[in-house]
Design a protein around this ligand. Structure first.
Ligand code: S3P
Length: 430
């Protein structure tokens, strides 16, 4: 795909639905008794993988183009699939489903694409084995395909998470809610709490201690069908927040953005970097808001510690932002980036270096010096949606043409990305 620089972005777009909540809406809808409807479901490839996976397990799910309707079967109503289930590129699908399938009395094999086949699964397999399920990776490894032989007799667990991961936390919660007894999970740092929020929304009970790290749940739980309205994804909004801040003569607004506090690290960091960013029209009940952003005179900052899980998926686009900030930005404590859809430390540094950025990978993050003018280059998403969108945003300020290879990866989380970008373009550079 050929991309050209722009000299202004103007106007407003509606940010597509939250990926994390969309995945979970299918899972909770399937495990509940009764009908669940989901409006504003994200029809990106990852969430469609979850939808198709639950259809394969015998859950009736229909999509009339507006609303997804799930006829929930409860914990005992899932049926074995007749062959391995393909979950594509989706780490959230495979890891959360491992927790769900751990409590089922049949065997299921989950596999995905080449990227998923390299992602570590011991972080989920080890606690689920401790709870009594049998899980095996490809040829005795920790990598997909993963076969899960579940049991209706799962034991409760007390588990201290070795990594800050909402996927691992959620997998254990999905297992613990099916067995009997009280499980305790202690997080390394608080991570996104959508699973906990949806347990409550679907009529279950769960407690999070004041430290936000100690979570207790007693199984078995029972859920009833709900109406879910999915807010926009702040991780998708992030690309346009940065686009608005770095493109000259720009003023844009992004509507319907989810602002669950476990996800808003990027707002804190952009404020620290002196971005012209305003949160308007907050809707407390739906935890959503409109975000308005203007071209900004940016300052470098340090990003480390407990904020990292609150902006983990935004770090590649924050790194691009830092190339335009005065001073040295340091991203630390972000080793987890190495085991995302790509090694995002290397992918971010190497692809942005091709465009002239002063960016250096470190053992646990990135060091970025700015402001540095960028130039067009042939760059590669490496099959990673967030790297692809970051590079497309970089092209907005790069002198000359940028060629983005494997741009189609963006469909994983944001199928309308280029259409939304086109709607905001108010000026081409000559
Ligand atoms: C997610 C958790 C995060 C995040 C991913 C979605 C979730 O992964 O990076 O995009 O929906 O629970 P980790 O749990 O590996 O940090």
């Amino acid at each position: 795909m050929k991309l050209q620089p722009k000299n202004s972005l103007q106007g407003s777009i509606q940010i597509p639905a939250d990926k994390s909540i969309s995945h979970r809406s299918i899972m909770f809808g399937a495990l509940a008794k009764g009908t669940t409807t989901v409006t504003n479901f994200l029809r990106g490839e990852d969430c469609l993988s979850t939808l198709h996976a639950f259809q394969r397990l015998g859950v009736p799910i229909t999509d009339d183009g507006t609303t997804i309707t799930i006829e929930g079967v409860g914990f005992s109503g899932l049926q074995p699939a007749d062959s391995p289930i393909d979950v594509g590129n989706s780490g959230t699908t495979i890891r959360l489903m491992m927790g769900i399938l751990a409590g089922q009395n049949f065997s299921t094999t989950l596999f995905g694409d080449d990227s998923l086949a390299k992602r570590p699964m011991n972080r989920v397999m080890l606690p689920l084995r401790e709870m009594g399920a049998i899980l095996t990776g490809d040829n005795g490894s920790e990598f997909p395909p993963i076969t899960i032989r579940g049991t209706r007799e799962l034991q409760p667990i007390s588990y201290q998470l070795p990594v800050a991961s909402a996927q691992v936390k959620s997998a254990i919660l999905f297992a613990a809610m099916q067995g009997s007894g009280t499980s305790t999970i202690i997080e390394k740092e608080p991570t996104r709490n959508h699973t906990e929020e949806m347990i409550k929304q679907f009529g279950g009970t769960i407690e999070t201690a004041a430290d936000e790290k100690t979570i207790t749940i007693t199984g078995p739980q029972q859920f009833s069908g709900q109406e879910v309205i999915v807010p926009g994804d702040i991780s998708s909004a992030a690309f346009f927040l940065v686009a608005g801040a770095i493109t000259p003569n720009s003023q844009i607004s992004l509507t319907n953005v989810g602002i669950n506090p476990s996800r808003t690290g990027i707002l804190t960091i952009m404020e620290a970097m002196k971005a012209n960013l305003v949160v308007v029209d907050q809707d407390q009940q739906n935890q959503s808001a409109t975000l308005a952003i203007k071209t900004s005179d940016l300052k470098a900052t340090t990003i480390e510690g407990a904020i990292i899980p609150k902006l983990i998926d935004e770090l590649p686009i924050i790194a691009l932002l830092a190339t335009q900030a005065t001073g040295t930005t340091r991203i630390k404590d972000a080793e987890e980036l190495k085991v995302k859809e790509t090694n995002r430390i290397d992918a971010t540094a190497e692809e942005l270096q091709k465009m002239g950025a002063d960016i250096t990978p470190t053992a646990d993050g990135l060091t970025i010096k700015g402001p540095t003018p960028l130039h067009g280059a042939k760059v590669d998403s490496r099959g990673d949606h967030r790297i692809g969108m970051m590079l497309a945003v970089a092209s907005l300020i790069a002198q000359g043409d940028t060629e983005l290879v494997r741009a189609e990866a963006i469909n994983v989380s944001y199928p309308g990305f280029f259409a939304d970008l086109e709607n905001l373009v108010a000026g081409e550079t000559s």
